[in-house]
Design a protein around this ligand. Sequence first.
Ligand SMILES: C[S@@+](CC[C@H](N)C(=O)[O-])C[C@H]1O[C@@H](n2cnc3c(N)ncnc32)[C@H](O)[C@@H]1O
Length: 219
Amino acid sequence: MAWHTPFDISSVVGWMMTAGARCRSVMGRQVVEWRAASPGLFLREWLARPGTVGAVWPSSSGLARRMAACVPRGGAGLVVELGGGTGAVTAALQARGIASQRLWVVERSPAFAHHLRRRFPTLNVVQGDAARLAERLPRGATVDVIVSSLPLLSLPAAEADAIVAAWRRVLPPGGTLIQFSYALRDRAGVPFEGFVQQGSHLIWYNMPPARVRVYVRGD
Ligand SMILES: C[S@@+](CC[C@H](N)C(=O)[O-])C[C@H]1O[C@@H](n2cnc3c(N)ncnc32)[C@H](O)[C@@H]1O
């Protein structure tokens, strides 16, 4: 008498092997992301200057991808990233296809700036204060987009105001500003003088969860 199994054993073994391979590949990617994120460096910098770093952990790939996805396609002007840290957002901007010559990263911490230069040797990494942005960029360059991870809510108010004033100086009307913060509730947005909020995205996969807000520079 033939013995019938309710399923084909070879297809079950095949499925398990495929699932195992997928699982290994996802875990492998997580390990690569984890190493690239340099959480040790991030923690050291946070311990030294908690208010300026503004987070205990590097931005997640989910947050970084969402910020990069908000950068409009096309355009020839600069895309300026502020507060590059360990480079999660920088990597996402590169993956979005922003050409190296258009991408400028401004980072105040010498340790983070050194790390960014080693991780992205072809990019323009400037060590300096975002409040003096105009002096840090090539003279006469047009800026299309500012992508900011600066912890404006944990910086002293005068510093945060100086940074927003610097944005107004370099970004022409119609330019895009992308800023994330841990103020989740306020969907209407954190107001920045001279900017109009266009949209916001909640990112749960980050530590802590964050909200990305997109603004356009008004006239
Ligand atoms: C929330 S962390 C950035 C996280 C980054 N996306 C990452 O994954 O590593 C904020 C960053 O802003 C930088 N920063 C703070 N104030 C700054 C300023 N005035 N000018 C430039 N960078 C500044 C800090 O050194 C820090 O790297």
